[in-house]
Design a protein around this ligand. Structure first.
Ligand code: HEC
Length: 512
């Protein structure tokens, strides 16, 4: 989203009406709401409406773990420095635990079976370190269900630290991920998963990127020195809480990327985080989605619905504390008719906001002038969206939220978690679905249909390989550098030849 250029068209359309509007606002009485006594949000996730889990039993949500660990009661493999982790994973059976002793390991670990627990052993502060030496693409790639990855130190990979490809019921915790390529922790297409107690820094795109997933809990992570801190993208029923997010370009983001096969983001609770001084200069790959985030954005909500922001400390952001925008005001975004472009029903409850928007972008300054304001901006809303609300609005410096009503709830106390008390059944992949699942779980991490993401748009690829799925399948096994202005595509040679051909055919058949 090239928010650097955001707002331009909007401003021209509204510049003349704004002053008048502001005149009406200033006459409003201050409404003081007592959050400590107010009612709780009770909407959100309804298990009985979710066919995938309804039949699995259980009492509803309310768990603090994604997994019932009795699935890991198999054998324990102990790996010492100098031995291969992958060799053990290859031999392991579902239910087994792989214990990796402190030391340095240079490999990519692929887990393509269910119920494996990959655990680093920490001895007197010494961790099992996965070091990609700036030559390997990914540290851990899992496609199984019920996977646990914990206690590692991961550094110097070019692609991902830990990436989930369509695995359900995952737990990624207590890892230290430093200077590791494009995505730090990236569960893609997973349901019922937790990302907690990780320390992640120096990531060129998103430190934590939850993509096309459901029922996710992101908590107690320390995320810094990256372009995007925590990103909830094309996902539903996610809670982001108790994280420390500082010195990134943008702190916490909830948005819809158009052109992906799953088209919505809704029901996201961002609460009780420390979101502090995310003013890092943007070092995202030129043209990538995040490269347009203006430095100094605390929370960014783009086109996502039902996002609740509560109890955060949001301070010291030069552009804005909270920026809410639609797709139309983000010129880098190609409109996808399948995605509703407006952020609807955003709820801003009590947050501590201070010293935000003190050196904002020109577009926000101009927008403020339409409301006869010049000062700093805690909350900025640009473009469309309806039925949003706020409490105690008089506390903040705001622009563009004149049509926000008063929320009819003041907290989210009754929503403890969206994790499931009974893990979802493992995703069984029918051979006929192999291409589709690989596309959703892997390729869409870098390719959207119409726009540029990390890689070129699928439409462009279709034009190149229209009648040649074999050619496409060969390319992804051993990609060569073709476009000067793009990074290299990582080889997908870990997929077997049949899956490579299936995903090639599937990519060529997509129409959105
Ligand atoms: C980590 C990011 C990433 C992932 C994941 C990824 N790609 Fe790519 N892809 C790229 C980049 C970057 C390029 C551009 C490379 C270049 O032009 O040098 C690219 C280019 C391509 C091309 C263009 C080839 C050509 O001849 O121009 C094809 C085809 C392709 N990718 C297919 C796929 C498929 C299929 C998948 C999933 C199995 C996939 N990619 C997953 C990043 C990725």
């Amino acid at each position: 989203m090239n928010t650097g250029k955001i707002l331009g068209a909007f401003l021209i359309a509204t510049a003349f009406g704004g002053g008048l509007y502001f005149g009406q606002q200033s006459g409003q009485a201050t409404v003081i709401t007592n959050a400590a006594k107010g009612s709780s949000f009770t909407g959100g996730y309804d298990k009985t409406a979710d066919a995938e889990v309804r039949d699995a039993g259980g009492e509803g949500v309310g768990n603090s773990r994604a997994l019932d660990h009795s699935v890991h009661d198999g054998k324990t493999w102990v790996i010492n420095e100098g031995e291969s982790i992958q060799a053990a994973v290859t031999q392991a059976q579902p239910g087994d635990t792989i214990q990796v002793m402190p030391g340095t390991y240079h490999e990519t670990v692929y887990i393509d079976k269910d119920s494996i627990r990959l655990v680093g052993v920490i001895e007197a502060g010494k961790r099992a370190t996965l070091d990609g030496e700036e030559r390997l693409n990914d540290a851990v790639l899992y496609s199984g269900n019920n996977i646990v990855v914990e206690n590692f130190r991961i550094t110097r990979y070019k692609g991902n630290g830990i990436m989930g490809q369509a695995g359900n019921n995952f737990e990624i915790r207590n890892n230290v991920i430093v200077d590791t390529g494009v995505y730090g922790i990236f569960p893609q297409l997973g349901k019922n998963g937790i990302v907690e107690h990780n320390v992640i820094s120096g990531i060129e795109d998103a430190a934590i990127y939850v993509g096309m997933s459901d029922n996710i809990h992101v908590a107690h992570n320390d995320v810094f020195d990256s372009v995007a801190g925590i990103e909830i993208e094309n996902s539903r029923h996610a809670i982001v809480e108790n994280n420390y997010v500082h010195n990134n370009t943008g702190g916490v983001l909830a948005f819809i990327t158009p052109g992906l096969p799953i088209k919505t983001t809704f029901d996201v609770i961002i609460r009780n985080n420390f979101i502090i001084g995310n003013n890092h200069h943007n070092f995202g790959a030129p043209g990538s989605t995040v490269s347009g985030i203006p430095a100094g954005t605390g929370i960014l909500i783009m086109a996502a619905d039902d996002v609740i922001v509560e109890g955060n400390i949001i301070t010291d952001h030069k552009t804005a504390g909270i920026m809410i925008t639609d797709h139309h005001n983000a010129p880098n975004v190609t409109i996808d008719v399948g995605s509703e472009p407006n952020p609807d029903r955003v709820a801003i409850l009590d947050n501590l906001m201070m010293n935000n928007g003190y050196q904002t972008i020109d577009e926000v300054k101009a927008l403020m002038l339409t409301e006869l304001k010049t000062g700093p901006a805690d909350i900025v809303h640009v473009g469309g969206g309806s039925d949003s609300c706020i409490i105690n609005r008089h506390r903040y410096n705001t622009v563009g939220i004149g049509d926000f009503g008063l929320c009819d709830f003041t907290n989210t106390d009754e929503v403890v978690t969206y994790l499931l008390d009974t893990p979802v059944p493992p995703r069984e992949i029918d051979p006929s679905e192999r291409g589709k699942v690989a596309y959703l779980g892997i390729c869409t991490g870098c390719h959207t249909y119409t726009g540029r993401m990390i890689g070129p748009p699928v439409q462009q690829i279709q034009a190149l390989y229209m009648d040649n799925p074999e050619g496409l399948a060969n390319y992804i096994a051993a990609p060569i550098k073709k476009r000067q202005d793009y990074p290299e595509m990582p080889p997908q040679s870990y997929l077997d030849a049949e899956t490579r051909l299936a995903v090639a055919k599937y990519m060529l058949s997509r129409e959105d």
